[in-house]
Design a protein. Structure first.
Ligand code: BGC
Length: 738
């Protein structure tokens, strides 16, 4: 019987493979036949992407003539244009008015939800819940495709270790291992298993590469990273996204090794094509081709087109230079026609895989537009994701959860806000009515009669005239919940900050409220780590809710009232002061590590090297204890993995979830290695009083890294292994790789 099942399985497998092959043969034939019919101008047209100017533009230029180009078949894709009718009307021009009727791609930045806005990506990463992250991307993709979008410019997978950089909010934080897992989950969510699925778009992983290393955290700034750093830190999430099937990839604005990423052969050919065998297409960032002129790399636009096409760029976003100059460059022998044909081919293949040649209007579906957006399921998922992403940073004397029957003063500029709460880059999310404010969430949870309210101040102003009322309101309450933070647009593209304190007079307001002697809970809304050192020292509780999205207020109320026990853990380090940046847990040791007994350890005069809150940190309403760490052996070899177990106990009064984290340190390496590196995690639920043994398995492959010759190796020698609830507080063991 078993043999029959085996044979049947083999048969069905070979049938599937041969069906896939025949689909591929059919597709290749279709695309090659089409290419044979295309003029050079039409092929160049496929490599051109234009913004429609329908929605917010994301860069400095909009070419008003894009519709004229479209009619001439000179455009392969449009971005920033949404809506079933609108995309249908443009698609109609491409299909009915151009010679070959090749359908368009419709791209859009769907960063954390489309209309149902989820928490910012950085926040989502703090949930340590890959299923929820994948689901959030799936819902975003479903909503966007209902409005004509078939190409999503996400996920952003840039490792970011500088909180001044506004785009830190778009990624998954500072860690390579976690960033890679999140990258793959987001690709699965956006694309699903088959690009033909009408409810999924194709993804575009960005920004290739090392954009997160922009010097001094200033956006668009120069990047200077070594090759070992590039391979060990910045490339792995891209590799993970591409191996998870990302159909496209976007270049970065920055230069790398002196060559702008958009014309960087090492990135686009040697790595993407030769090493990773990527067969999708590469799109530039917004006018990043043209920007090679101010970079000081291209003489003029024509030169920028030549350099980028020759380096392996397939599509020019908004620059217009492929359209203007490729034909001339081919005639002059500076660009090969075969390279342009290849670029067009890669783009046509994706259009085919999306099913656009079967039905160019398949994503512009006015029926789905009505049924598939902002559904109850989507809103519930957004609420749940938000709760999971919150990080409880402090909770002295268990002031949280709020006890029922107490008078609560809600104070601060974020309490009634409906704009900041959905954060930056919130696609088509409603910015005025739909988002649930903290006030509304709390009214729903505890009833208006238990609440008092005063705004206190604005987010950024020097007006303190509201302080008096705020203090009076606080004095009448049993407990004060004050919500402060940043404007949504203080993070995101080109929104870097040199200081990370609360803007305006918000800190002054907190100080005044503190004088009332009432317990104070701060609900912090921001898209990055903030230097909240005073707040940490003086307030009773701090809940970081990031920018939590459409259902933010409801989710905040769930956590404040204890309906949901917080379980988020930081995926990014909080510094004490800006001067410590870049500060991240997986740094290298120096030759003179800090040692209090000598003057010559690596240190600052005025602040310790410690973070305010370390990577992996986050409290719960309950408490967890770690004990009995055991290693299955003192050694690990190629053929014998190492098992690590630890007993985790819920020692508090509430049921709760804990993210158990596993780190290693490679003590001596052929290149210096980080002091700690995350290698595994397990998110577990424990009832109050319950204990559980949590097991991890390490193989030698988990201990690989890129050496000085950029070989991906593991090396024999001693290792430390750490398990704990954050990157600093861990149990430690030792083993040897033989
Ligand atoms: C951003 C990209 C974005 C593109 C299109 C650029 O300015 O860097 O992340 O996808 O605009 O909107």
């Amino acid at each position: 019987m078993q043999k029959i099942i085996y044979i049947l399985t083999l048969l069905s497998l070979s049938f599937t493979i041969s069906a896939q092959n025949s689909d591929k043969i059919k597709m290749n034939k279709f695309v090659d036949d089409l290419l044979n019919k295309m003029t050079l101008e039409e092929k160049i047209g496929q490599t051109v992407l234009y913004t429609s100017g329908y929605d917010v533009i994301t860069g400095p230029t909009v070419d008003p003539n894009y519709k004229e180009y479209l009619k001439k078949g000179m455009v392969g894709g449009i971005f920033n244009g949404v809506g079933a009718d609108y995309t249908r009307s443009l698609q109609k021009i491409a299909v009915e008015e151009t010679r070959l009727g090749i359908p368009l791609l419709f791209g859009y930045d769907v960063i954390h939800g489309y209309k149902t806005i989820f928490p910012m990506p950085l926040a989502e990463s703090c949930s340590w819940d890959l299923d929820a992250i994948e689901n959030s991307a799936r819902i975003a993709s479903k909503e966007a495709t209902a409005e004509g979008i078939n190409w999503i410019f996400a996920p952003m997978v840039d490792i970011a270790r500088d909180a001044r950089w506004g785009r830190i909010v778009e990624g998954a934080g500072e860690d390579v291992y976690w960033g890679s897992l999140v990258a793959a989950a987001r690709i699965r969510g956006i694309q699903g298993k088959d690009l033909k699925d009408r409810e999924r778009a194709m993804a575009c992983v960005k920004h290739f590469a090392a954009y997160g290393a922009s010097m001094a955290g200033r956006d668009y700034n120069t990047v200077d990273v070594s090759l070992v750093e590039l391979w060990n830190t910045y490339l792995p999430p891209f590799k993970a996204a591409l191996y998870a099937g990302s159909a496209t990839i976007m270049t970065a604005f920055n230069d790398l090794n002196g060559i702008p990423a958009t014309a960087n052969k090492y990135l686009l050919k040697d790595i993407l094509i030769d090493k990773w065998k990527f067969d999708g297409f590469v799109v530039s960032d917004y006018t990043s081709v043209n920007e090679m002129i101010p970079h000081g790399y291209a003489r003029d636009e024509k030169h920028s087109a030549e350099l980028s096409m020759n380096a392996g760029l397939d599509m020019d976003m908004q620059g217009g230079v492929f359209m203007k100059y490729l034909k001339e460059l081919i005639a002059e022998g500076k660009v090969l026609e075969k390279d342009v044909t290849l670029a067009a081919r890669k783009i046509l293949i994706k259009k085919y895989e999306l099913g656009l040649f079967e039905d160019p209007y398949r994503y512009s579906d006015s029926k789905r537009e009505k049924t598939d957006i902002m559904t109850a399921e989507h809103k519930e998922a957004a609420r749940d994701m938000a709760r999971k992403s919150f990080v409880l940073l402090k909770n002295d004397n268990q002031v949280l959860p709020l006890t029922s029957g107490k008078k609560i003063a809600l104070i601060g500029p974020m309490i009634k806000d409906k704009r900041e709460i959905i954060g930056s880059w919130s696609a088509m999310g409603d910015r005025t009515n739909v988002p649930v404010s903290i006030y509304e969430g709390m009214v729903e949870a505890v009833g208006e009669h238990n609440l008092l309210y005063a705004k206190g101040c604005d987010i950024e102003s020097d007006d303190t005239s509201g302080f008096e009322e705020a203090v009076k309101t606080a004095s009448q309450a049993d407990i004060v919940v004050v919500s402060v933070g940043e404007f949504h647009n203080m993070t995101g593209e080109n929104n870097s900050r040199a200081g990370l304190d609360l803007p305006g007079v918000q800190l002054q307001l907190l100080k005044k409220l503190k004088e009332t002697g009432k317990p104070i809970v701060m609900v912090l809304m921001s898209g990055r780590p903030m230097t909240i050192t005073w707040e940490n020292a003086h307030l009773d509780a701090i809940l970081d809710v990031w920018f939590p999205g459409t259902m933010g207020g409801a989710a905040i109320a769930d956590v404040l009232t204890g309906k949901y026990n917080p379980s988020g853990k930081l995926t990014v380090t909080f510094p004490q002061v800006v001067g410590q940046i870049p500060l991240f847990y997986n740094h290298k040791s120096t030759g003179r590590p800090f040692d209090a007994s000598t003057n010559y350890g690596s240190r600052y005069w005025d602040v310790s090297n410690d973070p305010l809150y370390p990577f992996g940190y986050g409290l719960s309403y309950t408490t967890f204890e770690y004990a009995d760490m055991k290693l299955s052996s003192e050694t690990i070899t190629k053929n014998s993995p190492l098992k690590i177990s630890v007993k985790v106990s819920n020692t508090g009064k509430y049921d709760g979830e804990e993210v158990v984290q596993l780190y290693t340190r490679d003590v001596i390496g052929s290149i210096t290695r980080p002091v700690k590196e995350l290698k595994g995690y397990s998110k577990i639920f424990l009832k109050a009083g319950e204990s559980r043994i949590v097991d991890f398995t390490l193989t030698v492959d988990d201990l690989r890294f890129y050496n000085a010759d950029l070989e991906y190796v593991y090396e024999i020698g001693d290792f430390s292994v750490f398990v704990g609830g954050n990157s600093q507080k861990t149990l430690e063991g030792k083993f040897t790789l033989k």
